[in-house]
Design a binder for this molecule. Structure first.
Ligand code: GDP
Ligand code: GDP
Length: 460
């Protein structure tokens, strides 16, 4: 064994769930109620090529006799003593709580090797909490979902260098290293092409009669590899799994896929609500416009919603077969798009005909590319070189003579890409400067269409 890892954190953040995942056996009792009786457990863990001992500190919470704070202090101190590395879990959905702060204090004072992980970070509900975890001052938080097994590659990347350090220290039994993680490997290995097991989650949204059903049926109809029990009941299904030009996709239902005939004045409202539901499940959203009536209020609302939810967005202008002066119309569409949806600047605009199938290859390629950009990870080294160039070219303002310093930048998350910049006087950074940086990121790292968020964090 190369090292010992203790999982610490307040009750109910998911320590046992992670322990089980690392040990690979369903040893522990997992319960929603904090404080369920458990024993202190150790297990042989494996993560990639790493082999180590993991300690679940959950059971230590049960010394009932003293204050929560006293208990937590004791448990954490003991864990720090027993382990080489502490994995400090917070609940990304709950954000950083006062109890978390106490843990952070102890870990800081004990001078422990700490990795902070924001658990329950699947989906977007954990975004804010994961970002908040920066404030603990214990380094870059990694996002994981113990329950869904997400983020374990990031955990591996964080553990690897420490593992090496302790392997040397413990000298004996250094395991064979057969996986090399390179310095700049952040860029590779994160994006994975959709597979049959993990199809790309796609939503097609748009106003009634934009052609959503026609488009989806065209995709399904051309495809001979239709899979899943839901295939036969497409019209009523919530989603359908298929291959679109060789790419496994799960396409989410919207109002447009429902049975027609009950058209009434509630339809408009309904389709926005349904659109929202589909967007929540999706990774990539295709906003389908009727080229004869593009960028109507409802289209704009739906597209804006997809952006707000942090999805990769593609705008597809349908019924292109009806268009006579195509170049002129395209120019007009683009101008209209820039004006009405500045927040989706540079998002792909493709023209299709759901009826004839023309342009479906363009649509497919745009979806794959948007998905790739949405998953993009940029190395910290590159970001900091870039930040330096950006601030030199156009320094942030000096409100009241005080210069704002942007010190350090790193990518905090993907899907969609989110960045943290450590800076001084963050409250004085004008929105326009944030936009300058976001637009610069888009252009310099070639990230059209994906929502990009930058968070400024104050550093004195
Ligand atoms: P611990 O006692 O603090 O170690 O926490 P548990 O492992 O018992 O988990 C507490 C609750 O959080 C359980 O209901 C788990 O199912 C849930 N949980 C654990 N990990 C995750 C996760 O990654 N995502 C979500 N949504 N829930 C999780
Ligand atoms: P939904 O309400 O968004 O699902 O729209 P439908 O798929 O039901 O399409 C509405 C109408 O537009 C139908 O009459 C379709 O035949 C027609 N339509 C859909 N796509 C196209 C297209 O690419 N070209 C033309 N000319 N008509 C289309």
């Amino acid at each position: 064994m190369s090292f010992t890892l203790a999982i610490v954190g307040r009750p109910n953040v998911g320590k046992s769930t992670l322990f089980n995942r690392l040990v690979g056996r369903r040893l522990a009792l997992v319960d929603d109620q904090p404080g369920v009786t458990r024993d202190l457990r150790e297990g042989d863990a494996r993560l990639g090529d790493l082999r180590f001992i993991v300690i679940d500190s959950a059971g230590l919470e049960l010394a009932e006799d003293d204050s929560l704070q006293g208990r937590m202090r004791r448990l954490t101190e003991r864990a720090v003593e027993e382990a080489d590395i502490c994995l400090f879990l917070i609940d990304a959905r709950a954000g950083v709580t006062p109890a978390d702060e106490i843990f952070a204090d102890i870990l800081r004072r004990k001078n422990a090797h700490v990795i902070v992980a924001a658990n329950k970070a699947e989906g977007s509900a954990g975004d804010a909490g994961a970002i908040e975890a920066w404030g603990l001052g214990l380094g870059e938080p990694i996002r994981i979902s113990a329950e869904h097994g997400e983020g374990l590659d990031d955990l591996y990347t964080a553990l690897r260098p420490l593992a090496d350090e302790f392997a040397e220290k413990h000298a004996a039994n250094t395991p064979e290293v057969d996986v090399e993680i390179e310095e700049d490997s952040e860029e590779e290995g994160v994006f994975r092409m959709p597979t049959a097991a993990k199809p790309l989650q796609l939503a097609v949204i748009g106003r009634p009669n934009a052609g959503k059903s026609t488009l989806i049926n065209k995709i399904l109809g051309e495809d001979r590899l239709l899979t899943g029990p839901e295939a036969g009941i497409t019209r009523d299904a919530i989603s359908v799994t298929t291959e679109f030009m060789g790419t496994p996709m799960r396409i989410w239902d919207t109002a447009g896929m429902r049975k027609k005939g009950k058209i009434n004045d509630k339809l408009e409202k309904l389709s926005v609500a349904d659109g929202l539901r589909a967007v929540r499940f999706a990774e990539v959203v295709v906003v389908l416009l009727d080229v004869n009536i593009p960028f109507e209020t409802q289209d704009l609302r739906i597209a804006d919603l997809a952006e707000t939810e942090g999805r990769a967005v593609i705008v597809a202008a349908n019924k292109w077969d009806l268009e006579e002066d195509k170049p002129e119309k395209l120019k007009e569409l683009r101008e209209n798009f820039e004006k009405s949806l500045p927040q989706l600047r540079g998002a792909p605009l493709v023209t299709v005909s759901a009826k004839t199938g023309k342009g479906l290859d363009r649509l497919h390629n745009a979806i794959i590319r948007a998905y790739e950009v949405w998953n993009r990870r940029i190395s910290t080294a590159k970001l900091n070189m870039w930040l330096q160039a950006m601030t030199e070219a156009h320094p942030p303002p000096a409100p009241g003579g005080r210069r704002i310093k942007l010190r350090y930048m790193t990518q905090a998350k993907t899907r969609p890409p989110g960045f943290v910049i450590m800076a001084t006087h963050t409250d004085k950074i004008p929105e326009s400067y944030g936009r300058y940086l976001v637009n610069g990121l888009r252009a310099d790292f070639d990230m059209p269409g994906t929502p990009i968020r930058i968070f400024f964090r104050d550093q004195g």
